[in-house]
Design a protein around this ligand. Structure first.
Ligand code: PLP
Length: 396
């Protein structure tokens, strides 16, 4: 047998997504007949609202089956621009909106549009798992800033200031946060953005969970914080989480014109347009406002009930400490008191109690678990009971 030829340095250096890996393992156990309580998937458990599916179906039947413009069909780009104006008072031309195959690809192209080899990218930890890998694929270097539960997992302006070097090019912000669910106030975000502006950094603001927000928390669109912020920010969002459209693969970026053009040109060579008829479904999500608002409100109410229940139940477990996050559909309890590495904690939890959770270390923060409550109430209740039993066994 001949020695296999080596793969590229890109392929050798990439780490596969740990969240998808835990979810795949949990689904494989389930397929093998195990009763698994899965808290791993970052995916709403609701079906896509009917009117969105119907609009997609109608588009498919009417022959919207050909290539479309790379950055998206114009009515969708116009509707996205109009929604930014309505929701945040942000004025952007439709030409500044790019529709990409998933928010993940929007983030990647955003990084690729502004980073060159040798640049440094500041990423607050806990971070969404894909950011460091995207930065590495751009030939740049991720620089992590650890934010723990003492500061509600939020980056402070002083921490950002201290992380900046002459090589710093971009800071990636995620608000509301995956994995912690933390939501920055507008004032907190403005103070961070002021530091980025002062040091002339680009900002990638991942606002994927902007509408999944609870209590009195408010979303902040970073591009609205100041004219200087608008000139340097790529705002990423999408349809996956808010409208339960994860499999549709539709993400969006809104950026200054030269960046939107660069993103479009890269996309034109790498993937072309998002599936044409799927874009008509997305369009219905934005134009059939009443139906969409009703569907989103229903999902949000369910998430909120689960959030409160899970938060209460976690804090009743001796040794577990959990903040009540105000966004997304994740809680990020601290399990460091059990004296186990979080990876081992999760492996044993899955093995002995058939509960799937993602270790905090996958997000750059050892000592925590990420639990997604985008799953049904029965699973949550059963899963948290099993987690409590597991924790008791460790303390015994
Ligand atoms: N950004 C964050 C913070 C996410 O959690 C996710 C999905 O998990 C994405 C972006 C990407 O979403 P999409 O499924 O549209 O690629």
């Amino acid at each position: 047998m001949t020695t296999p030829l080596p793969l590229s340095s890109w392929a050798r250096n990439i780490s596969p997504s740990p969240t998808l890996a835990v979810d795949a393992k949990s689904k494989a156990l389930q397929a093998a007949g195990e009763d698994v309580c899965g808290f791993a998937a970052g995916e709403p458990d609701f079906d896509t609202p009917a009117h969105i599916k119907e609009a997609c179906e109608a588009a498919l039947r009417s022959g919207k089956t050909k290539y479309a413009p790379t950055p998206g069909i114009m009515p969708l780009r116009e509707a996205i621009a109009a929604q930014y104006a309505d929701d945040y008072g942000l004025t952007v031309a439709p030409s500044q909106v790019v529709v990409s195959p998933g928010g993940k690809f929007s983030c990647y192209l955003g990084v690729m549009a502004v980073c060159s080899p040798g640049d440094e990218v500041i990423i607050p930890a806990p971070y969404w798992v894909s950011y460091p890998e995207m930065v590495k694929l751009a030939g740049a270097t991720p620089k992590f800033v650890l934010c723990d539960d003492a500061t509600e997992f939020k980056l402070t302006p002083a921490q950002l200031e201290a992380a900046i070097t002459p090589k710093s090019r971009l800071v990636i912000l995620c608000n509301p946060s995956n994995p912690t669910g933390a939501v920055y106030s507008r004032a907190e975000m403005a103070a961070i953005v002021a530091v980025a502006v002062k040091h002339n950094l680009y900002i990638l603001s991942d606002e994927m969970y902007e509408r999944l927000i609870y209590d009195d928390a408010q979303p902040t669109c970073v591009a609205t914080l100041s004219p200087e912020a608008k000139d340097r920010t790529i705002v990423v969002a999408g349809f996956s989480k808010t409208y339960s459209m994860t499999g549709w693969r539709i993400g969006t970026s809104v950026a200054p014109a030269p960046i939107a053009k660069a993103i479009t040109e890269m996309q034109s060579q790498m993937s072309s347009n998002v599936t044409t008829f799927a874009q008509y479904g997305a369009l219905a999500a934005l134009t059939e406002k009443e139906k969409t608002a009703a569907a989103v409100a229903e999902m949000l109410a369910a998430f909120d009930r689960r959030r409160k229940f899970l938060h209460g139940a976690l804090n009743e477990i001796p040794g577990v400490k959990c903040l009540l996050a105000q966004g997304a559909f994740y809680l990020f309890p601290n399990i460091s008191s059990f004296g186990l590495k979080d990876q081992e904690f999760c492996e044993r939890l899955l093995e002995t109690e058939k509960v799937a959770a993602v270790p905090g270390s996958a997000f750059g923060a050892e000592g925590y678990l990420r639990l997604s409550y985008a799953t049904n109430e029965t699973t949550i209740e059963k899963g948290v009971e099993r987690l409590a039993r597991f924790c008791r066994s460790l303390s015994a």
